[in-house]
Design a protein. Structure first.
Length: 144
């Protein structure tokens, strides 16, 4: 399934949130190291695409480290939806500039790798079905 990203910060973030993409440069930005994210971030909104040059304060390939820094209110970060969604719903994280969508440099796809069905224990099949049902709700946009 596709992995989408969202720009978030902690509810207790100590600075005024940016009103425009250009104002992101005034904040400590945290970015994933993997998937081709770099100094230029792409966003979509208002029917257009925007490229913003950002000097990130933290670049990490460890989502837990980024999430910990975000929850401490140290900056604004780009997280996968499936990581951020629960914390957005619990109001620990806030979506920054919700009118814009983060466009990753490379499309991410999440996979489950498993043995063939005839070798898979039934409880593994049940777990995979549960995971796909619940994670898919967080990753894919709702259909009308």
């Amino acid at each position: 399934m596709p992995v989408n990203y969202v720009l978030v910060c902690a509810r207790k973030y100590g600075k005024t949130l940016p009103d425009t993409l250009d104002e992101l440069e005034q904040h400590s930005i945290f970015m994933p190291k993997d998937r081709g994210f770099g100094a230029t971030c792409c966003f979509a909104g208002n029917g257009q695409e925007y490229q913003i040059v950002i000097q990130p304060r933290l670049v990490t390939n460890n989502g837990d480290a980024m999430l910990d820094a975000l929850l401490q209110g140290l900056g604004i970060g780009i997280l996968p939806n499936f990581v951020a969604q629960r914390l957005i719903e619990s109001r620990e994280l806030v979506v920054v500039l919700p009118e814009y969508e983060v466009i990753p440099p490379q499309k991410d796809i999440a996979y489950i790798i498993s043995p063939p069905n005839y070798l898979m224990p039934p409880k593994a099949r049940v777990f995979i079905d549960f995971l796909m049902k619940n994670v898919r709700k967080m990753v894919l946009p709702a259909t009308s």
